[in-house]
Design a protein around this ligand. Structure first.
Ligand SMILES: *Cc1c(COP(=O)(O)O)cnc(C)c1O
Length: 406
């Protein structure tokens, strides 16, 4: 009988008990708004920012309503001029080009390599051709490009780098944490990332001016002195009058459930690495699959895994996805012309001028993606890997036309 997996790819673990208790305390207090504090009280949101800044090793942090609003705020805080071009990855999630557009920028999409990271040669070429002075670097699916090469390129060309770390909380390049390479970094605490508050995000930076503008933009009114992971009042002298209010504050309830999760993040990252390792080893046994070789310089914390199956024909791709689904394995395919669920391709972002990205299209046409939630066991991962192998073997070995292959 064909093996079937019965787990749920979208099921995260419950919120830690300490988070539930903290959330109940906030609800009992009635003070959910981050600036609604008693004399001398520091809000959960401000404490979370302090915790996260300490965890990342930077002086300043702002908590926001989402990763997407964090990116919009970050682009505004680096004073992106209206109509300015912003380099970014062609392979990313739609909030990334969306944030550039919302911040008044114009996305310039950069090719993706077979290793699923930004193509540095194309980045250099497009930086020169476009004259763009900003890069929103998306560490899509947790894969880091050569951060030294990118930093050197940005320094040479006078480009301000903003990191999208939605998938790299806990990741590092040569021991240096992702989110500490650019002028600003953005994180997400949306349910499917490394911390889970339903929705939420962070902006982090070492630059006092950038953080002052970010805080005012997030909707602090004139209550910015209630932040702890923030610069002193001097930094706000102009920002408080110059920066538009985008009302994207995190509330105390979400902050309360995040703080205990942050305290156990290191252990969770190790758990993800273990599951990823098991799944990777299993998938590497399958003939015809290509997985990214993670460089020695990189500390990778995959909460999802990707593989390419370059030998599948166009017709076989949907058959493979359907066959895996029929055995309980939920694969996302990035090559689809029509956007599905969370997944869309650059051609579906019609507010962005159409751009030719043949290399990215080629890579995405045979790229598959799976979530790896911490509710999975190592045995689950072995079973999932075996099912993927079976499904691919069935299609490859069938010798039948794809419509008969099921
Ligand atoms: C999830 C995600 C974001 C931010 O998403 P929100 O849902 O707005 O928190 C940004 N970039 C990438 C690559 C993502 O996957």
């Amino acid at each position: 009988m064909a093996k079937t997996f019965g787990g749920v790819f979208t099921q995260q673990r419950p919120i830690p008990e300490a988070g539930i208790e903290a959330a109940v305390r906030v609800m009992r207090s009635g003070r959910l708004h981050r600036y609604n504090v008693l004399p001398g009280e520091v809000s959960e949101a401000a404490l979370l920012e302090q915790d996260f800044a300490a965890w990342l090793g930077v002086p300043y942090c702002l908590a926001t309503t989402s990763g997407g609003t964090a990116m919009q705020i970050a682009l505004g805080a680096v004073e992106l001029p209206r109509g300015a071009k912003v380099l970014t990855n062609a392979f990313t999630l739609s909030p990334v080009p969306g944030a550039i557009h919302q911040a008044g920028g114009v996305p310039v999409l950069v090719e993706t390599t077979g290793e699923l990271v930004i193509d540095i040669d194309d980045l250099a070429a497009k930086a020169e051709a476009s004259g763009a002075k900003h890069l929103l670097l998306s560490h899509m699916r947790g894969h880091l490009a050569d951060m030294e090469a990118i930093t050197a390129l940005c320094d040479r060309a006078g480009i301000t780098m903003i990191e999208d770390c939605a998938h790299t909380m806990g990741a590092a390049w040569k021991g240096r944490k992702s989110g500490t390479f650019g002028k600003v970094a953005c994180f997400s605490t949306q349910t499917y990332k490394h911390l889970n508050s339903g929705e939420g995000g962070f902006v982090t930076t070492g630059d006092a001016g950038v953080m002052a503008r970010a805080i005012i933009r997030s909707g602090s009114y004139m209550l910015y002195d209630r932040h702890i992971a923030a610069p002193g009042a001097d930094a706000f002298a102009d920002a408080r009058l110059d920066s538009p209010n985008c009302s994207s504050r995190m509330d105390n309830l979400r902050a309360a459930i995040l703080r205990p999760q942050l305290a156990q993040l290191a252990a969770d990252c190790e758990a993800w690495q273990t599951l990823y390792g098991v799944l990777e080893a299993e998938l590497r046994k399958v003939p015809g699959l290509i997985l990214r070789a993670i460089p020695n310089e990189e500390t990778h914390v995959g909460s999802s895994i990707q593989f390419r199956a370059p030998n599948l024909t166009d017709d076989h791709v949907p058959v493979f996805v359907a066959l895996a689904a029929s055995r309980g394995v939920e694969l996302k395919w990035f090559g689809s012309h029509e956007p599905h669920g969370y997944t869309s391709r650059h051609v579906s972002w019609r507010y962005v001028t159409e751009q030719a990205l043949p290399r990215t299209d080629r890579v995405l046409s045979r790229l598959f993606d799976m979530r790896v939630p911490l509710t999975f066991s190592e045995a689950d991962c072995r079973l999932i890997g075996a099912i993927v192998g079976d499904c691919l073997g069935e299609i490859a070995g069938s010798g039948k036309a794809p419509e008969e292959a099921r």
